[in-house]
Design a protein around this ligand. Structure first.
Ligand code: PLP
Length: 417
């Protein structure tokens, strides 16, 4: 089925073995067989360096940040603010105070929907999203639109799972207050032309939020080059811990937007009559933050930088194309999403089988994939399917694992037909 050119060289294989040894969980046995982890779009695994720094924080300098003059608090605050600068450098933000720590993409988008909505959206206005958004980039806008009397407009897609850019341009009228689109579809793997979307929206003075939950770990993102107004992503999808994420926002917007939550840290002065608010980024970071997770995220970024995003992208592209070729050799298999530009998720259905049944058979072979609607129910409606089986890759996956996936799907076809 596969030719010799597809087999990676020995040197590359050695690199992969070294890389895999950095991720302890990849050595796990499931039902007595080596784990094949292909659910990286849901969450990625964590390298030892991330686990170590989080352990050290609790053992050596656990303390609240920004509030104490004592040694531990200073040390924790320094590490926390170094992390902010590390994120700033990773996405090339102009100012470190444009980096707001949240608990993930979902919270970052909710923050913008709520705060931007209050300040800039009124009855009769509209927000544009796309047909392939994750629920996290649909529901916050619906809630805000309901509250403000605004409407939600949706960029349609073609059968391959690509945005219809002409239709997008038709939607851009004077009622539009913001465009919110995903960089990469978690279900289809489509990489959207976000630079073009941003340029077209900006031509009409409309700001753009990009959901980078599925892009930040695969594609180098330069917020100044993109000129994006808001960018949201999660730490756990980029080899960092759960419960931490980032909202990047241009200073000019963040300064004008009201606080999202009230509490400690986000205030300058408080009296029973009136409170005044802190400067950026603290205005949007109410309460004790997720200190250990922020520090862990920073080390995950160090890990990505040391590995090299170019290497990561190249490896993942090799894996995806190898997997697509292998899966296409199964006559009963139908790919859902065949965009020209794609990143690490592949969705498919086999014959008339239910994705859940295929997922269960794969699980028994220690192959972890995701089944269901992947939090993109409207997209499932467009394709008129109940869900898909989704295999999603990271640079630590191997061709051998892809072979196991293809073999496993064949077994599922045999068992279920
Ligand atoms: N957006 C996209 C494209 C996603 O894939 C996800 C998670 O899968 C999210 C948003 C939500 O991310 P989180 O649950 O980390 O907030």
């Amino acid at each position: 089925m596969f030719n010799d050119n597809d087999i990676i060289t020995k040197a590359a294989k050695l690199d992969i073995e070294k890389i895999r040894s950095d991720f302890p969980i990849l050595q796990t046995l499931v039902y007595g067989q080596p784990l094949v982890y292909l659910d990286n779009a849901a969450t990625t695994q964590k390298p030892k360096s991330v686990l170590k720094v989080m352990d050290e924080y609790y053992k050596e300098y656990n303390s609240n940040v920004h509030r104490g003059v004592h040694y531990l608090s200073q040390k924790a605050t320094d590490a926390f603010e170094v992390a902010r600068r590390n994120v700033q450098a990773y996405i090339n933000a102009k100012h470190e105070h444009e980096v707001i720590f949240t608990k993930g993409t979902t919270e970052s988008i909710n923050l913008v929907a709520s705060s931007f909505g209050k300040r800039f959206v009124k009855a009769g206005d509209s927000i544009i999203i796309s047909a392939m958004e994750h629920h996290s980039n649909i529901v916050p806008w619906q809630l805000m639109c309901e509250e403000r009397g605004a409407t939600l407009k949706v960029i349609p897609i073609n059968q391959k799972g690509e945005l219809l850019m002409d239709e997008f341009e038709q939607l851009l009228d004077e009622t539009v207050k913001l465009v919110a689109v995903t960089f990469v579809s978690n279900t289809l793997g489509t990489v959207n032309p976000v630079k073009e979307i941003i340029d077209k929206a900006h031509a009409q003075n409309i700001p753009v939020l990009v959901d980078a939950a599925q892009a930040i770990q695969h594609i180098g993102i330069d917020v100044q080059y993109l000129d994006v107004d808001f960018l949201a992503f999660s730490g756990h999808k980029m080899y960092g811990p759960t419960a931490v994420g980032v909202l990047y926002g241009k200073e000019k917007w963040l300064n004008e937007m009201p606080p999202y939550q009230g509490g400690g840290e986000m205030i300058k002065t408080v009296s029973f009559k009136k409170s005044t608010y802190n400067v950026l980024p603290f205005k949007f970071e109410a309460g004790t933050p997720n200190v250990t997770e922020v520090i862990g995220l920073s080390v995950a970024i160090d890990y990505i930088n040391a590995t090299g995003l170019d290497y990561i992208r190249e490896r993942e592209q090799q894996l995806i194309h190898y997997a697509i070729d292998g899966l296409k050799s199964i006559a009963e298999l139908r790919l859902i999403g065949e965009a020209k530009e794609r990143a690490a998720s592949i969705s498919f259905l086999v014959g008339n089988t239910h994705p859940f049944d295929v997922g269960e058979i794969l699980d028994k072979q220690a192959i972890a994939v995701r089944t269901g609607h992947h939090c993109t129910e409207p997209l499932m409606d467009i394709f008129k399917i109940p869900g898909t089986v989704r295999a999603s890759f990271a640079f630590y996956n191997t061709e051998e694992e892809v072979d196991k996936l293809v073999k496993g799907v064949k077994k599922a076809v045999t068992l279920l037909s």
